[in-house]
Design a protein around this ligand. Sequence first.
Ligand code: IMP
Ligand code: MG
Length: 478
Amino acid sequence: MSKEREYYKAARRAAAAVNSTADIKNRLDSVVRNIARTMNAAVSLVLLDAGGTKLVHTSSRGLPQFYRKKGVLDAAKSMTEVITGKPVVIADVTNDDRIQFPEMAVKAGITSALGIPVIAGERCIGGIRVYTRERYDFTPQDTVFVTTMANLIALALRDYAALQEGSDPLKQPGQAEPSLLTKTRSVVFAHPSEEEFAGILDFYNIEWVYEPRSFPLSWEGETVTEMFTPDFYLPAIDLYIELTTVKQQLLAEKHRKLKLLKERYPEVKVTLLYKTDYDRLLAKYGFGPLAQTRAHGIDQVLYSATEINERVKALAAQISRDYQGRRPVLIGVQRGFICFMADLIRQITIPVDIDFMAISYYTGLSKSSVKVTKDIVVSITGRDVIMVEDIVDTGITLSSILKHLQSFGPAGLAVCTLLDRPARRLAEVNLAYIGFEIPDKFVVGYGLDYREEYRNLPFIGIPVIESAVENTGTAGTK
Ligand code: IMP
Ligand code: MG
């Protein structure tokens, strides 16, 4: 698909999402998400605070937490042109004084940046920043696309302000409504079970929109006489959900309306959900094992199955591009890599070979003593090798494996790790591809274990035992 067409589709999706919800947080998130997805980059939306001098991160996608939380930025120092209403293109963040925190940008793996102002009427109220990991020269077409999305944001904000106060923000000299930044999820639920359901979705990092849309069901002439408004919409799986109570007469009525909805709008996916069906639904859409375990022992989900999937796809695209015309050997070390490698290779579009190793740590000694218990079978001499890792912690395991592989004389040896926890790094390792940089917490799921448990969780989370774990990284076994 041409870039032009992808941009058109992203703009169309974002416009539809903005128009389908009154929740400002969801509106801003969907615009940001669509930019990130289409440009395959990290995106953040910053808005000026009420004083008009500070920028606040309002919605972001793909940025490590520490970068988002680096604090409010000084509008006068940070990509100033954005605030004056001009686009800013920065090819190399390390070498440009328009970046306020270059070390942090580097730590966040950012190389190039694009800043586009968000302009409401004639007043600049903030900016959209697009960041890429690899050096990238933004094109005029990119600028036009992000400007379109910025206009959508300005319209969403204006409409929101008008809805809130019956006022027009363009008439006020104050900047973006301060309430906007705090009242991000000001949903008023009609029923406690809806709030509970939203809570469950939040726990699993599943995006949702409350009462997204009303579907006209019956008409008398031009007049709509009957409508149906499903409780939730889950954009990630394109599904509308109607929760039900146990009251029989209400249930019959809902069934009737749902049947009508399906007849009138056959393309719309909608389901009726009993309270007891939550787990079943989550299981059906890939949140499986928790349905049984109720995510026992999981304190917090860091990355949902959907987020992991998006990130793995992006890594695979990058590898396919970088190794175009070659045939790399992907090597994994048992057993934590299993989910990552399985998903990764299915998204890579060039031919690859795969192989595996197993290692053990000499007991009683430090982790630096790694023994290869199962070696690779494929000959890698003169080949391009990509080492696929679940997580790089101290880097000691990886560096001794790399030394081992290097002894075979490969043409190249790169590392692709799903997770990078730089906080505990002891051995210097060069990571060519990183899925997520994670905080200094022990994590499980998606192949990673704590004493052989939790490997089959479809998401990555922090177990409750995290605080009890010495957090040396030794609690997980390979
Ligand atoms: P390193 O030698 O300290 O870098 O350790 C890397 C290995 O330790 C990984 O390949 C994992 O098998 C394991 N590990 C480190 N941190 C974690 C974690 O948070 N959860 C599960 N396993 C981990
Ligand atoms: Mg492990």
